[in-house]
Design a protein around this ligand. Structure first.
Ligand SMILES: [Ca+2]
Ligand SMILES: [Ca+2]
Length: 151
């Protein structure tokens, strides 16, 4: 990836079968190619944040994505594919469901290895949300959307 930007788009929602994170490879001619499936990055969910960094110093940029629920760390295999190494990296969280929002790699202790900073959003429990119309001052609505990637 040195010198050429790749685009990582993260997914929102579980209702659309085609909803997934997306990785677009820079073709070096002002165009991009969707390489998500080939890269092994198909995953749906309530993704909120993404950061890219070489956390294991092997020369290949890795990807971390925050979700409502379990965040995911992908190790770059160096051959155009990624492996979910969340568990091996000790990043499985078994407490109350969190809503990961922002994230970034940084070497905060300057030891030459990237550290990972993750911010979580509000303390949200889907089973405790108010019923629609139950409170005139605090309400929410849900719409099911289908997004056409060709538009
Ligand atoms: Ca790496
Ligand atoms: Ca460090």
């Amino acid at each position: 990836m040195v010198g050429y930007l790749r685009v990582v788009r993260h997914a929102h929602g579980r209702t659309c079968a085609d909803s997934s994170n997306r990785l677009y490879k820079n073709n070096r001619n002002a165009t991009f190619t969707d390489v998500t499936e080939k890269a092994g990055l198909i995953r749906s969910g309530w993704a909120s944040g993404v950061t890219v960094g070489d956390y294991n110093n092997d020369g290949f940029e890795d990807i971390f994505i925050t979700y409502y629920g379990q965040n995911v760390l992908y190790l770059n295999n160096g051959n155009g594919t990624f492996t979910d190494v969340t568990q091996q990296a000790g990043l499985i969280y078994e407490g109350n469901t969190r809503w990961g929002s922002g994230c970034t790699f940084l070497d905060y202790d300057r030891d030459g290895y990237l550290d990972l900073y993750v911010a979580n959003y509000v303390d949200l429990h889907l089973d405790r949300l108010p019923k629609p119309g139950a409170n005139p001052f605090c309400n929410f609505q849900v719409w099911q959307l289908t997004v056409d990637p060709e538009v």
